[in-house]
Ligand binder design. Structure first.
Ligand code: PXG
Length: 456
């Protein structure tokens, strides 16, 4: 806590209440409850101001993939800050860390993606894409290809364009969203459906809602389709196997650019470098953030296919877009060191064939709990569906807030996971040990028991 005043947990809570408006927070509710002050972290554990040790089953916010306490990342930032703490990439300048990171990203992303545009976050990446997609179609002499199709319950960020791309009704209600030119189609969420058709059929139907929308608008009006390979914030929604091949077919057939939002799934979360690798898609854009630096410093970016990048380069003239922190040297240095950790420690292979399958086995046993209707996990990204009736898979009433009750038990018992309605989601760091995975599953089971008891 160098450079910070020494204060008690209570003092931090008081100051927090007085001066700090948090993201995605009901301020009045928080002020009554008081915030949990996290003071340090190591490995897969965070510690609060009362000294409580909590297993971080969310990798912060789906980002601390390499785990906490990584001196390599700290040193990379400090060394770079001493050498060159800041310079921009505007006005025909560049610096070694951003160029080197661009080179490395080209190596780890699909072969048809060789260029990157740097941003400071996932939201900025998606805002960049909205402008870049439309710029591309202007340059292709098809300026009427303007509409971007997304999905209900998608999450693509919180800036005006990114939140418009997202399909969260609660967000659209605040601030007059979505902006024009963005429309939404079905999500491939079989568990949330009436389950009258098989998952495979459901996957095709969800994909065809995209095709229907393209036909309704006219293919010559549609610029792009954006989707998370697996929806994260929406509840770790894994599309049926039929979904992605059909979406790719539709995008190819109608000439619609595909945007694979890799902000959560990128850099190994699914046991492959990117969700596009896992599902075998070939997107034109891959926004990324979070895991590129394991969250140690903010950095985002967009990987761009050759056909789009070459059009921008050959025909584009100046692209009037960019951020002060595009390609921030310290963030890029941390990203380089982070990718080196992923490679040297074979962490993505570990997610694919060691800790991934190990945690999945324990996680899937949670499906035997009377409150659990489904337990699913790919790589280290999983969800539990809490249900009122295990046979009919009927959910509890929303107002009962069962997911939140369970989440609060989890945190009180030393494990952070997220509740999305009655879906409990997890995304632990890639360095999770087998013992820590056992601990995660044991606490989850115990808290399902506690939730069940509380409901009676
Ligand atoms: N795309 C995806 C797929 C995301 O998950 C963003 C874009 C935006 O990234 P930034 O860096 O602008 O936040 C995200 C972010 C949650 C939660 O509670 C999820 C995100 C952010 C904050 C909270 O699940 N995802």
């Amino acid at each position: 806590m160098a450079a910070l005043e020494k204060r008690s947990g209570l003092e931090w809570q008081e100051l927090d209440k007085e001066h700090y408006l948090h993201p995605f927070t009901d301020y009045k509710e928080l002020h009554e409850k008081k915030s949990r002050i996290i003071t340090r972290a190591d490995g897969v554990y965070i510690y609060d101001a009362d000294g409580r040790k909590i297993l971080d089953g969310m990798s912060g916010l789906w980002c601390v993939n390499a785990g906490y306490g990584r001196d390599e990342l700290v040193d990379a930032a400090a060394d770079q800050m001493r050498e060159l703490p800041y310079y921009n990439s505007f006005f025909q300048c560049a610096h070694p860390p951003s160029i080197e990171l661009a080179r490395i990203l080209q190596e780890v992303t699909p072969p048809h993606m060789n260029r990157v545009f740097f941003t400071g976050s996932g939201s900025e990446s998606n805002d960049t894409i909205v402008r870049m997609v439309r710029r591309y179609w202007d340059l292709m002499d098809q300026p009427e290809r303007h509409t971007i199709i997304s999905r209900v319950n998608a999450y693509h960020g919180s800036t005006v364009a990114a939140a418009s791309l997202g399909g969260m009704k609660s967000m659209h209600k605040q601030g007059g969203l979505p902006i024009p030119g963005i429309v939404h189609v079905d999500q491939p969420y079989w568990f949330d459906s009436d389950k009258s058709v098989s998952p495979d059929e459901f996957g095709l139907l969800a994909a065809r809602s995209l095709e229907d929308k393209i036909n309704e608008l006219g293919a010559n009006k549609v610029a792009a389709f954006i989707a998370e390979p697996i929806q994260g914030a929406g509840g770790v929604i894994m599309p049926p196997d039929t979904y992605w091949p059909e979406v790719q077919r539709i995008c190819d057939e109608y000439g619609v650019l595909l945007i694979s939002d890799e902000v959560i799934t990128g850099f190994g979360r699914l046991g492959e470098w990117f969700g596009a690798d896992y599902f075998g898609t070939h997107p034109d854009f891959m926004p990324f953030a979070k895991g590129v630096t394991s969250g140690y410093l903010p950095l985002g970016g967009v990987m761009i296919s050759d056909r789009v990048a070459e059009t921008l380069i050959d025909k584009g003239g100046e692209f009037h877009h960019g951020y002060t922190y595009s390609g921030h040297p310290a963030s890029c240095a941390v990203a380089i060191a982070n990718i080196k950790i992923l490679q040297d420690e074979k962490l993505i292979e570990r997610v694919k064939s060691d800790i991934g399958p190990y945690l999945q086995a324990g996680w899937k046993k949670l499906a035997e709990h009377p409150l659990v209707g489904e337990a699913r996990m790919v790589g280290l990204m999983g969800a539990l569906e809490i249900v009122a009736d295990k046979n009919s898979l009927e959910r509890f009433e929303e107002k009962q807030g069962v997911g939140t009750i369970c989440r609060d038990f989890l945190v009180d018992n030393g494990l952070v996971m997220r509740a999305v309605g009655d879906t409990i989601v997890t995304a632990p760091p890639f360095v999770l040990s087998h013992e820590e995975a056992d601990e995660l599953v044991a606490i989850a089971w115990k808290c399902l028991d506690l939730t069940q008891a509380a409901l009676q």
